[in-house]
Ligand binder design. Structure first.
Ligand code: HEM
Length: 369
């Protein structure tokens, strides 16, 4: 089907099988905006997001010659492309400014400094985030652009990212895509169609004192640059050791098929071992007390570095989890030990509480305030 349901127990765009394209933006609430302005904006965002998800223009007037049209128009005639619009709230939204301190989801705070990062403020943070995913990039961009338009005077855009190739499968029905390093990505991701895994690892549950946030999740974004030129000069054997998987098939180095379970106990002397500093050994739930997250990232490119002529691109990592502590725990290990670090650098970051889905008649403004 070309449309994804907008309302439900959880927001769409998390368990939804990953669409092909992403447009992700964050916003800061303008210094002059009031609590009422913010609530009103979130209500109008709901109405607009729901309409666009159905392939309809932003509600309002498009024919009055004396006012700007309420929809910017570039999605007219395109199919909805399984558009989902997912919103999240950054730590800054819950300071005293908007009287929301008592509503703060308990695990929402800025991420601590992590090893191996060199964050650019121009790609980091935000009071609000909007993740628009669709199979058509113009549909995804149109959604963010129109929410930005409704936000004039209330929110200021902070940064935006376009993703062009999903880097994770989130359901077994999808073939595993490849990331810009040429490796299959998402093989051992959480299967988002598995409600018990999602309940255990992704959705905020009864453990959260803020009842309103239950059924939501936390979104961690990381803009991760890949040193593609260096990577492309690395020999295949080393590339495979970096991940612990075969490049062609995606199988673990201790297996034959992509979905074979990695044998982390295999020792030197077996034909292949999964190296101690390989990405999958360090990231696997078996080696992290069962810790798992739902990855839902996309490849990105910013063109060419004018100074060096190098390609600027990598992974726009997006993951959903019950608590951002999970990301912090994993990244402390990966940032310190992962063989991949020779070829990547984390240059942007965001952490957001994602509210639960909306019931009929509800909107983001009334849900939050
Ligand atoms: C697995 C690529 C960053 C968490 C994988 C796999 C690849 C990959 C190819 C193996 C296939 C799979 O099971 O999906 C990358 C690249 C990254 C990156 C290219 C950076 C540019 C991260 C980060 C995290 C992470 C920042 C979390 C902090 C995981 C996890 C697995 C995984 C949990 C599954 C491991 C397993 O259970 O076998 N990644 N990844 N990755 N990655 Fe990453």
């Amino acid at each position: 089907a070309a449309t994804v349901a907008f309302r439900g127990g959880h927001q769409a765009g998390i368990a939804t099988p990953a669409q092909d394209r992403l447009c992700f933006a964050t916003f800061d609430v303008s210094p002059t905006a009031s609590r009422a302005d913010l609530a009103e904006l979130l209500t109008s965002w709901t109405e607009a997001a729901e309409a666009m998800t159905l392939g309809r223009p932003v509600p309002g007037d498009v024919g009055d010659l004396n006012t700007p049209p309420d929809d910017t128009g570039e999605a007219v005639g395109l199919t909805p492309g399984r558009l989902t619009v997912t919103v999240g709230y950054g730590p800054g939204l819950f300071d005293d400014r908007f009287g929301l301190a008592a509503r703060r989801p308990s695990a929402l705070k800025p991420l601590p400094q992590l090893p191996g990062e060199n964050l650019d403020p121009a790609n980091t943070g935000g009071d609000l985030c909007v993740q628009a995913c669709a199979d058509d990039p113009q549909v995804a961009f149109h959604a963010v652009r129109n929410l930005r338009r409704l936000g004039f005077g209330t929110v200021v855009p902070r940064w935006m990212e376009l993703g062009f190739g999903r880097t994770s499968s989130t359901s077994p029905q999808q073939a595993t895509p490849r990331n810009l390093m040429g490796f299959k990505d998402g093989t051992r991701n959480i299967d988002a169609t598995d409600a018990s895994l999602m309940g255990a690892h992704v959705w905020i549950g009864e453990e959260e004192p803020q009842r309103w946030a239950r059924g939501g999740s936390y979104l961690v974004s990381r803009k991760i640059r890949m040193r593609l030129e260096q990577w492309d000069r690395d020999r295949l054997g080393d590339q495979q050791d970096v991940f612990g998987r075969f490049k062609s098939t995606g199988a673990p180095l201790t297996g034959k098929a992509e979905t074979d379970t990695p044998d982390f106990a295999a020792k030197d002397g077996s034909s292949y071992v999964i190296p101690a500093d390989s990405h999958i050994r360090l990231a696997a739930h078996e080696n992290n007390n069962g810790l798992r997250i739902l990855r839902r990232g996309y490849s990105y490119t910013d063109g060419i570095d004018p100074q060096t002529g190098d390609l600027l691109g990598g992974l726009f990592f997006v993951a959903f989890m019950k608590s951002p502590d999970r990301f912090v725990t994993l990244q402390r290990v990966l940032g310190a030990h992962d063989a991949l670090n020779e070829y990547i650098q984390h240059i942007g970051s965001g952490v957001f509480a994602v509210p639960p889905g909306l019931a009929a008649g509800q909107d983001w403004g009334r849900q939050l305030f």
